[in-house]
Design a protein around this ligand. Structure first.
Ligand code: IMP
Ligand code: MG
Length: 237
């Protein structure tokens, strides 16, 4: 299986990403469709089991992540020229994406983090979101970009966006690394998106299932091998 990337992106390997970023696809708002695999990290072979979940194929490789993030960062650098955007990372899932994105943006960005927890099952949020850690920074008059790992139902982001808009930022946009095809229960306006993925549960690059596999360098499918998934637990982002 292969990942479908735009024509303009097919010209180089991972080593080229920063150099290519300037002339990369103009619109970082359009997610790159993903439909396949691109080799996995040898330390975590397909079928590795942890916490009742088995690792599957790679959906987005390390090289694809770094190339796409360079493109998004260069779009943000252009869009916010002369300004000092405030990146708000949604913990925990977005921490690796946030770190890579922030370093690739060629502007004096500031950063803050929020942690949210939503009531639901191990793999599905309910939309009832609780703020576990709030921001330290005042949003009044700031150009805010929410940095999120993945949009599934969209309920978490929709809740966060409403709450942050009430704090009077000058602008508020969303940057999400992954969007699950056809899963959104609410309309969400995403200014920057990385990859559109099939509606599978994924881990790696900050994303977890029951706190496992956040430290994988790529994004991989995880499927349940347990006879029962814990339900009605609190799921941290
Ligand atoms: P939503 O509110 O349904 O959009 O879910 C968003 C949150 O659920 C994300 O911030 C993630 O923390 C978590 N989530 C949703 N899908 C996945 C997944 O496939 N892997 C890991 N976490 C996920
Ligand atoms: Mg999570």
């Amino acid at each position: 299986m292969t990942i479908d990337v735009p024509e303009a992106d097919r010209d180089g390997d991972a080593g080229d990403t920063m150099a290519d970023a300037g002339d990369a696809v103009a619109d970082a708002g359009d997610a790159v469709a993903v439909d396949g695999s691109a080799g996995s990290e040898s330390r975590w072979p397909v079928g590795s089991v942890s916490g009742g979940f088995a690792l599957g194929e790679v959906l987005v490789s390390k090289a694809q992540l770094s190339e796409r993030i360079a493109q998004i960062a260069s779009q943000i650098t252009r869009d916010y020229a002369g300004r000092q955007p405030l990146l708000i990372g949604v913990l925990k899932g977005a921490f690796i994406f946030m770190a890579d994105l922030a370093r690739a943006i060629q502007l004096p960005v500031e950063m803050d983090f929020m942690a949210v927890s939503s009531y639901g099952t191990a793999t599905k949020t309910s939309g009832i979101v609780r703020i576990v850690k709030d921001l330290d920074v005042d949003l009044t008059g700031r150009d805010v970009i929410i940095v999120e790992d993945i949009v599934d139902s969209g309920l978490t982001l929709s809740y966060l966006r409403k709450g942050l808009l009430a704090r009077d930022p000058a602008s508020l946009e969303i940057c999400a690394l992954l969007v699950k095809q056809g899963q959104q229960r609410v309309q969400i306006d995403l200014a920057y998106t990385g990859f559109e993925i099939p509606p599978e549960f994924v881990v790696g690059y900050g994303l977890d299932v029951a706190e496992r596999w956040r430290n994988l360098s790529d994004i991989r499918v995880a499927s349940s091998v347990a006879s029962s998934i814990p339900s009605d637990s609190s799921v941290e982002s």
